[in-house]
Write a protein that binds this ligand. Sequence first.
Ligand SMILES: [Zn+2]
Ligand SMILES: [Zn+2]
Ligand SMILES: [Zn+2]
Length: 110
Amino acid sequence: MNQKVQGVGMDGETRCVHYHTEKDIIAIKFKCCGTYYACYSCHEALAGHPAEVWERSRFDEKAILCGSCGHELTINEYLTGGFRCPNCGALFNPKCSLHAPLYFDVEKHG
Ligand SMILES: [Zn+2]
Ligand SMILES: [Zn+2]
Ligand SMILES: [Zn+2]
């Protein structure tokens, strides 16, 4: 169900060689190529071009994929959703938010 996601050593719930704890089940669509990757390191390894972040005006774009059920979330839903899937209730890794500036035009925290 996740064939549309690219990633290095990816499992069936979009965990990759870089991020593979129980909760690392989301994939992120990159603005530059419109393709889902398991993480930014996977994009770096496989895409062959620099990553571009989503600007705020496009935060209503569906760009997060729940690796558990395949549901797509908008960036706003993801950033405000308490790190769980609104469709299946699977928990996402809150630490992913530390990397949000790599994907989205948001303030860096700390
Ligand atoms: Zn790209
Ligand atoms: Zn990765
Ligand atoms: Zn889900």
